[in-house]
Design a protein around this ligand. Structure first.
Ligand SMILES: *[C@@H]1O[C@H](CO)[C@@H](O)[C@H](O)[C@H]1NC(C)=O
Ligand SMILES: *[C@@H]1O[C@H](CO)[C@@H](O)[C@H](O)[C@H]1NC(C)=O
Ligand SMILES: *[C@@H]1O[C@H](CO)[C@@H](O)[C@H](O)[C@H]1NC(C)=O
Length: 501
């Protein structure tokens, strides 16, 4: 009897009780709906070219993780009704692991990566992935949700970033923010390892698990008294009630004069292969890769502060990679092309696409009933549904006029399709009016991302077979795109799931 009860309680604690709930749904992620007490969360910081460049002094390589299991330690039969089950947190990753940086070996590290900060970080992600990996019954291992932080400063005099994948030399400053030497630095990194917080509890069911990551790019600043004026800041804390509900990921991002362009996302990345925008083998959450049109994304988003007029808040951002001839990417940065599509929900974000700026629009729009509307059809094209479209820098036969996407901010050429709320997206469950899901309108979204992304325009060379649209990264968060003043964005994500339909 005791044994049976224990098993039931443990199953409940570990979040394995969802068999009835999810009969007809196949989740693509390791932790459907963020319900699992034993959390897996990783951290990665990128510079403008999605690399590391130089590590921040004393911080190690900017890859870290907080992964743990919740283990029952004792169980009192008599008092079960008053919930006297005791549990402890068993961490998989130590602070010594998180502090690993160039020059420090770890199991599996390739010799040539030991002193190369870019390759070291890529391999550290794999190592942390090994420590965190969960082996599901279906034999598809998964590792972690990924917190991604990126600094948009680019020191053009450094010649550090390739141009559409090609090595190029330094060029004069002016096009990108940079305060001078060191503007592409990595942030400080601090960690509150997840702990069980019993302060507010009357019984076990009120026990709360909490932990977090935070830091700043202004490495000479003291954060011990919290956020201060003039200093950039990022923070992600996670919280969950033991045995019930979903994790809540609370994000905060603050720009500063020196760091006016910052990005903070929560990503579900592929568990192997490349993930969107990243040209090293990756670890993540997507144990099945979703392919258009057959998947949906569900999550709850609560935005407390928007981050100002330049904050391109992505309700959803999907990333992938395929070549202009439709073939899958293979790591050749000269022909691989990163593809992104993003729904921006900041109502202050204007549509750059318009009848007088056709170059900012995709060549055509496809309606849910598969009618193609060309952008020169001013009576029918939904201009205000598109913030901006730019073609891959290496597209050989683009429809003109067109803008080429920024050639430096990805390891290879990229293509971006940015959407805005519009009635044309109603069919897919996307926002139809500016302001939906914005500050003061917390919303549980059920987005037909697969359906919508199957009908978006993406560039391909003429008469090549259409690429399979398989997405290796699905994320949300904000990109404060060169703020004029210090801005703060604050938001919470919970119940994140990717469902194969
Ligand atoms: C414990 O959790 C509660 C509820 O989330 C929170 O208000 C409180 O600050 C936490 N206490 C500690 C010590 O973390
Ligand atoms: C497709 O839908 C549009 C409205 O979105 C409608 O005006 C049009 O008649 C439809 N076309 C077909 C072929 O059903
Ligand atoms: C509109 O664009 C399409 C595709 O580029 C082209 O075939 C068509 O001739 C254009 N129509 C007008 C009126 O310019």
């Amino acid at each position: 009897m005791l044994r049976v009860l224990l098993v039931m309680v443990v199953a409940n604690l570990l979040g394995c009780c969802c068999a009835n709930e999810n009969v007809n749904r196949k989740s693509a992620v390791g932790d459907p709906g963020m319900k699992r007490d034993g959390l897996r969360v990783g951290f990665e910081a990128w510079n403008f070219c999605n690399e590391v460049g130089n590590e921040a002094p004393g911080m190690g390589s900017p890859r870290a993780a907080d992964c743990f299991d919740v283990i029952p330690t004792s169980f009192n039969k008599n008092k079960y009704q008053s919930s006297s089950l005791e549990v402890e947190i068993q961490h998989k990753v130590t602070e010594a692991h998180n502090k690993l940086g160039v020059g420090k070996p770890f199991p599996g590290l390739k010799a040539e990566a030991l002193t190369n900060p870019d390759e070291y970080a890529a391999q550290k992600e794999l190592y942390l992935g090994n420590l965190c990996q969960v082996e599901d019954e279906d034999k598809s291992p998964w590792q972690f949700w990924m917190v991604m932080l990126k600094n948009g400063n680019y020191d053009t005099k450094s010649g550090l970033c390739p141009e559409n994948g090609k090595k190029v030399g330094p060029f004069p400053p002016g096009r990108f923010p940079c305060f001078g030497n060191g503007c592409m630095n990595q942030p400080s990194f601090h960690h509150n390892p997840t702990s069980l917080n019993s302060s507010s509890s009357h019984n076990n069911h009120d026990l709360t698990l909490t932990g977090g990551f935070w830091g700043t790019y202004d490495s000479d600043s003291d954060l011990s008294r919290g956020i201060i004026d003039g200093v950039s800041y990022y923070q992600v804390t996670w919280e969950k009630q033991l045995g019930k509900g979903s994790w809540s990921f609370k994000h905060k991002l603050k720009t500063s004069k020196k760091y006016p362009w910052l990005m903070l996302y929560l990503r579900a990345d592929a568990t192997r292969g490349y993930s969107g925008g990243y040209h090293y083998d990756t670890r993540g959450m997507l144990k099945t890769l979703p392919e258009s049109p057959n998947f949906k994304v569900r999550m709850h988003l609560d935005i407390k502060q928007g981050g100002g007029p330049k904050s391109q808040f992505y309700l959803i951002d999907i990333g992938s990679c395929w070549k202009n001839n439709g073939k899958p990417c293979d790591g050749d940065v000269l022909t691989d092309v990163t593809r992104y599509s993003e729904m921006i929900i900041n109502p202050e974000t204007p549509a750059w696409c318009s009848p007088i700026s056709l170059k900012s629009c995709p060549p055509y729009h496809i309606t849910p009933n598969n009618t193609k509307i060309y952008r020169n059809d001013t009576a029918h094209f939904p201009y205000s549904a598109y913030h901006y479209y730019c073609r891959p820098g290496n597209a050989e036969y683009p429809e003109q006029p067109s803008d080429s996407c920024d050639p430096y901010s990805n390891p290879q050429a990229q293509e971006i399709v940015q959407l805005l709320p519009h009635p044309i997206w109603a069919e897919y469950g996307y926002p139809t009016k500016p302001g939906q899901g914005w500050i003061g309108d917390p919303t549980t979204w059920d987005l037909d991302v697969g359906g919508l992304s199957s009908r978006l325009y993406f560039y391909q060379d003429p008469s090549t077979p259409p690429a399979k649209r398989i997405w290796t990264s699905i994320d949300m968060g904000t990109e404060v795109f060169v703020s004029d003043k210090e801005e703060v964005a604050e938001w919470t994500i919970s119940e994140f799931d990717v469902i194969i339909t």
